[in-house]
Design a protein around this ligand. Structure first.
Ligand SMILES: [Zn+2]
Length: 190
């Protein structure tokens, strides 16, 4: 294994509960796997919803499988454009986060919280964490070399679980800031 970490850009997306999926797409609807993602068991879906804010709206794909809480992950550019608040949070930490409305082909869901800008992070399987010398919840910096916008991302959270595969996740604003496109890799700097 090299000391480089694959960096993947997460486009805006929505995680939904079973209950919200039934409201948005109809009772008994099953998510359609469009593409498996790097994290085992996670997949991008054919299903899209409209995320509605006070100023505007935009379309976002659902990522499966269903989750215990509905969560909308936007870039800060997205959030500003539709007029919603998106605090920078780790996935799952939605208490007191932003509000929006979700609209699907069969119904609407008013979310009083759940809108976040995902805090950049690296997924490590335990063996990878050992190799890189990091622990769960440790915060590191990651250096990215690109053609013209190389930078060091600070405040990168390490997340360790047997359910994970090694990959760093950034959003589209962060990818643009680094001119990161195609297959790019980062290096932890301590
Ligand atoms: Zn991730």
């Amino acid at each position: 294994m090299s000391d480089k970490i694959l960096i993947e850009t997460s486009a805006r997306h929505v995680h939904v509960t079973k209950e919200h999926l039934a409201i948005l797409f109809g009772e008994g609807h099953k998510l359609t796997n469009k593409k498996d993602l790097s994290q085992p068991g996670q997949f991008a879906c054919e299903e899209k919803v409209t995320v509605v804010g006070p100023k505007n709206s935009l379309k976002a794909s659902i990522l499966g499988p269903e989750r215990p809480e509905t969560q909308v992950e936007l870039s800060l550019t997205d959030a500003r454009s539709i007029g919603v608040v998106a605090p920078v949070r780790e996935s799952g930490d939605v208490a007191g986060s932003g509000a929006c409305k979700l609209v699907g082909p069969c119904g609407e869901v008013e979310l009083t919280e759940g809108v976040i800008a995902a805090k950049r992070h690296i997924h490590f399987a335990p063996a990878d964490a050992e190799k890189f010398g990091v622990e769960d919840k440790q915060v590191v910096s990651v250096k990215v070399d690109t053609d013209g916008r190389s930078l060091i991302f600070g405040d990168v959270v390490c997340r360790v679980s047997p359910k994970y595969a090694l990959a760093m996740h950034i959003d589209t604003d962060e990818a643009n800031a680094a001119l990161a496109s195609g297959e790019i890799y980062g290096e932890i700097v301590k």
